[in-house]
Design a protein around this ligand. Structure first.
Ligand code: ADP
Ligand code: MG
Length: 376
C-alpha cells in the first residue's frame, strides 16, 4: 500500500513535469576514473562542483536541473524518467532527445550503451524503440502503427546517410514539404517491426560510421549522429491518422578546441562543431524565452530538427560531465550552457491547453500526500 502510494505520487509528479514545460534538462555524471573528483553533492535536482582555491578554502558552485543522475544511477533508472516522452510519440508528438557533453563524458553510454550491451546496460535508443513496439502492440486493436527508422550523421555541416547499403556516402539535402514536414528524402527510411530489426540497423549505422572514421581518426566525437523514428498511426474506427517522430541525437563533443593549436581540417571541424552547438543553444534558449524569431537556419543540425524543437514538440537534453578534476573547466562551461537552455522557471508559466490537466494532477498529488501523511 505505502510503496504503491509513493509510486503513484512519483508518477503523477512526472506527468505534471511532462505537461509543464516542453524543454527539460537532465544532468548525468559518470563514475570517476580516479579519486580526484570535482563533483560535490548530487541530489534529485541539483549538482555542485568543487572549485579548488589556492588558499585552501575550496569554493562550490551549484547548478539546478530538472533531474540529476549520479554515477551509480543505472541505465534503467535514467530511462524511467524518459519513458513518458516515448509514449507521447505514439500520441502524435515530435520528440527530441539529445546527449550533450565533452568527449568521454558518457553521451554514447546514455544513448547506445557500452559496446556489446547487455539487457541491463542498453541505452536510451534501444529502450525507446522497445517501448514504441510494446505500446503499439498494446494498442493494436484500435490503432495500426507504421514505424520507420532513419540514421543520419552531420559532419562539417554535411548530412550523410548512415543506413546506406551501397557504401556510397552522398551529401544529402534537408527538405521541407507540406506533406511530410522536414525530411531528408534521399536517406533510407527503413520500416521496422521488432527490436531485432532495429538492432541490425544500428549495427549497419555503426559500421558506416566506422568506415568514415578511418579516414579521420575518431570522427564520432566530432560529428552528430541522429537516429530518427517516424511513426504513422491509423485509428481503425475513426480512420484518423496520427504522425509523430522522435530524434535521438548523440551530439559532437562540446569541448573547446584551443584554436592556436589546430590548423587545417581540425580547425575547420572545431569551427563547425562550435557553430552548430551554439546554434542549438540559441534555438533552445529563444524557444524558452518565447521569442518571435527562432534561428533554425543557422546550422544543419537545427534545420534537421526544426519540426521537433518548439511548438508542440517535446525536448529533453541529457547533459553529461566528466567528474575528474582535470575536466573542471569543461564541466563548468557545459553546465552553464545547460542552464542557459533550461527552462525550469519559465516552464511553470507556460499556458497551454494542458493547464487544466496540470491543475487536476496537482490536486491528485495533494490528495496522495494527505493519504501518505495519514499513514505516518
Ligand atoms: P562520449 O560518447 O561522451 O565520448 P562515452 O559514452 O564513450 O563518452 O563514455 C566514455 C567512457 O566512460 C566509456 O568507456 C563508457 O563506457 C564509460 N561510461 C560512460 N558513462 C558511464 C556510466 N554511466 N557508467 C559506467 N561507465 C560509463
Ligand atoms: Mg561518443
Amino acid at each position: 500500500g505505502y510503496q504503491r502510494i509513493l509510486e503513484e505520487n512519483r508518477k503523477l509528479y512526472n506527468q505534471v513535469q511532462d505537461l509543464k514545460g516542453n524543454i527539460r534538462v537532465y544532468c548525468r555524471v559518470r563514475p570517476c576514473h580516479h579519486n580526484q573528483t570535482s563533483v560535490g553533492n548530487i541530489d534529485e535536482g541539483s549538482i555542485s562542483l568543487i572549485i579548488p582555491s589556492k588558499n585552501g578554502k575550496d569554493g562550490k558552485k551549484t547548478f539546478t536541473f530538472n533531474r540529476c543522475f549520479g554515477p551509480n544511477v543505472t541505465q534503467a533508472e535514467v530511462f524511467a524518467d524518459t519513458q513518458p516522452l516515448i509514449r507521447s510519440v505514439l500520441d502524435g508528438y515530435n520528440v527530441c532527445i539529445f546527449a550533450y557533453g565533452q568527449t568521454g563524458s558518457g553521451k554514447t553510454h546514455t544513448m547506445s550503451g557500452p559496446n556489446n550491451p547487455t539487457e541491463e546496460t542498453v541505452g536510451v535508443n534501444y529502450r525507446a524503440l522497445r517501448d514504441l513496439f510494446l505500446i503499439s502492440e498494446q494498442r493494436k486493436d484500435t490503432i495500426h502503427y507504421d514505424i520507420r527508422v532513419q540514421m543520419l550523421e552531420i559532419y562539417n555541416e554535411t548530412v550523410r546517410d548512415l543506413l546506406s547499403t551501397d557504401g556510397v556516402q552522398k551529401r544529402l539535402e534537408i527538405r521541407n514539404s507540406s506533406l511530410n514536414g522536414i525530411n531528408v528524402p534521399d536517406a533510407n527510411l527503413v520500416p521496422v517491426q521488432s527490436t531485432a530489426d532495429v538492432l541490425s540497423l544500428m549495427d549497419l549505422g555503426f559500421k558506416n560510421r566506422a568506415v568514415s572514421a578511418t579516414a579521420m581518426n575518431d570522427r564520432s566525437s566530432r560529428s552528430h549522429s541522429c537516429l530518427t523514428v517516424h511513426v504513422h498511426g491509423k485509428d481503425l474506427t475513426s480512420g484518423k491518422t496520427i504522425r509523430g517522430s522522435i530524434h535521438l541525437v548523440d551530439l559532437a563533443g562540446s569541448e573547446r578546441v584551443d584554436k592556436s593549436e589546430v590548423t587545417g581540417d581540425r580547425l575547420k571541424e572545431a569551427q563547425h562543431i562550435n557553430k552548430s552547438l551554439a546554434a542549438l543553444g540559441d534555438v533552445i534558449s529563444s524557444l524558452a524565452q518565447k521569442q518571435q524569431h527562432i534561428p533554425y537556419r543557422n546550422s544543419k543540425l537545427t534545420q534537421l530538427l526544426q519540426d521537433s524543437l518548439g511548438g508542440q514538440a517535446k525536448t529533453l537534453m541529457f547533459v553529461h560531465i566528466a567528474p575528474e578534476q582535470d575536466a573542471l573547466v569543461e564541466s563548468i562551461s557545459t553546465l552553464k550552457f545547460a542552464e542557459r537552455v533550461s527552462t525550469i522557471e519559465l516552464g511553470a508559466a507556460k499556458v497551454n491547453k494542458d493547464s487544466a490537466d496540470v491543475k487536476e494532477l496537482k490536486e491528485q498529488i495533494a490528495n496522495l500526500k494527505a493519504a501518505l501523511a495519514q499513514k505516518d
